[in-house]
Design a protein around this ligand. Structure first.
Ligand SMILES: CC(C)(COP(=O)(O)OP(=O)(O)OC[C@H]1O[C@@H](n2cnc3c(N)ncnc32)[C@H](O)[C@@H]1OP(=O)(O)O)[C@@H](O)C(=O)NCCC(=O)NCCS
Length: 153
């Protein structure tokens, strides 16, 4: 992909109208463990702790991220960038945005990541996340997750 100027990109709250476009990215990103459409609608319409954001380029949605804010703890539930737009800084841009958003009310942020997901681990480490332990059999396919966390203060 051509490098996008950050000025072309916008980050805004995700709505139910965005779910089908987000679901397309979800399927290409997590082929064997993708969320269902219903899971996204539930998060947006029923989960009072959930906050979801999308990155747009014109009319297109090219990335999304979700998080739960529970009192002073933030948890990233998902983050993904359209394959055609990866490795151009969008994941890190979105990660910084949600960290800043969460820091208004939360003191720490955590997430789970697959052991072999080197790119994701790289952007989390670069943003200051540290390893907090392993969650055994965390993913549907039985793979363990690494827990990572960062102080937001
Ligand atoms: C993880 C993901 C969100 C990153 O988004 P992105 O827009 O490609 O990320 P960025 O372009 O901002 O940054 C990528 C960084 O990873 C680095 N990178 C690329 N491939 C890498 C690899 N195989 N190993 C380690 N680092 C790698 C890049 O060099 C860049 O780091 P730099 O800025 O220090 O040079 C994206 O790859 C994605 O959607 N993956 C599928 C879904 C997923 O795995 N989500 C995370 C679940 S925990």
């Amino acid at each position: 992909m051509e490098k996008q100027s950050n000025q072309d990109l916008k980050i805004r709250k995700m709505t139910s109208d965005d779910v089908l476009k987000v679901y397309d990215i979800e399927k290409q990103s997590f082929s064997n463990s993708s969320w269902s459409l219903e899971a996204f609608y539930h998060e947006l319409e029923k989960n009072e702790f959930a906050h979801y954001f999308v990155v747009t380029l014109g009319e297109d949605i090219i990335a999304y991220c979700g998080l739960w804010l529970v009192i002073d703890q933030a948890q990233i539930t998902t983050i993904s960038v359209n394959k055609n737009y990866r490795n151009s800084g969008i994941g890190q841009l979105l990660l910084k945005y949600v960290m800043n958003f969460a820091s208004e009310t939360c003191t720490t942020m955590s997430l789970e990541v697959r052991l072999e997901n080197d790119t994701a681990r790289h952007i989390y480490e670069k943003a200051g996340f540290k390893y907090g332990g392993i969650r055994k059999n965390y993913y549907g396919d039985g793979e363990d997750a690494k827990v990572m966390w960062v102080s937001l203060k």
